[in-house]
Design a protein around this ligand. Structure first.
Ligand SMILES: [Zn+2]
Length: 237
């Protein structure tokens, strides 16, 4: 005779953990909490950190010093960025709410939808020019720009270490602008993206408390998902 109570108890104790290990906690995907971050000043997801260290050392051997200036970023930090930009664009530049939002989403994401929440993303510069003001400008990574040597090294080597550009310089790609500084650790972020897409994004975004939130209609969010969040390097989907 099977003791069903015992079976239920076993499932309650162990089954839940099994389910958790297959699915990434949605709080991690939204930047609310992250249980596997490594590193002090700029934390990264642990596998991303290990892979990055390998890549950093390889680059150093070739005379390139990669410096990460942005890695894991939580929901509240993204909210500060969002609200700061929204207020600047509406108050100083006198844009309408929707124009301000469209201006923000050229480069920044709605809190809860940033890939930086996952700890798998890095924005990189060449350490040699670490005091450069406004480093994240595409032209600085091209031709004879100050970060062009770094970019060339990354073009030739980063994928060997699992790091891929997200917002590529591809004319058929819409949404966020070209970001030659933003790389993702594909082996982990591809899984995260898959799980993220299972979340009810409309429900989540419509509930968050940020500037301009009254303009987030269902259509806006659906468009944002397909025209921004999913407009990434094809290899990452
Ligand atoms: Zn970035």
């Amino acid at each position: 005779m099977i003791d069903y109570k015992l079976v239920c108890l076993i499932f309650l104790v162990f089954g839940f953990d099994i389910m958790k290990s297959q699915n990434i906690n949605y709080k991690t995907l939204l930047g609310i909490e992250h249980s596997s971050l490594v590193g002090d000043s700029i934390p990264l997801e642990k596998n991303t950190f290990t892979a990055f260290e390998k890549m950093r050392k390889a680059a150093l051997n070739d005379g390139i010093k990669i410096k990460v200036i942005s890695g894991f970023r939580d929901f509240n930090r993204q909210k500060e960025i969002w609200n700061g930009k929204f207020l600047r664009f509406t108050k100083e530049k006198k844009l309408s709410g929707i124009d301000a939002i469209n201006e923000i989403i050229r480069f920044s994401t709605i809190p809860g939808t940033s890939r930086h929440h996952w700890g798998t993303e890095i924005d990189v510069i060449d350490e040699k020019y670490k005091n450069e003001k406004n480093p994240l400008i595409a032209a600085k990574y091209e031709n004879d720009g100050i970060f062009s040597k770094l970019k060339k090294w990354m073009d030739e080597n980063s994928e060997k270490f699992g790091f891929y550009l997200v917002y590529t310089d591809d004319s058929s790609r819409e949404g966020f602008e070209y970001e030659p500084w933003h790389y993702t650790y594909l082996p982990i972020s591809k899984k995260y993206l898959n799980e993220f897409l299972k979340i009810d994004i409309i429900e989540i975004i419509s509930k968050i408390d940020i500037e301009g939130k009254e303009l987030f209609t269902e259509k806006f969010i659906t468009d944002y998902l397909s025209n921004n969040l999913l407009q990434i390097n094809r290899d990452l989907k």
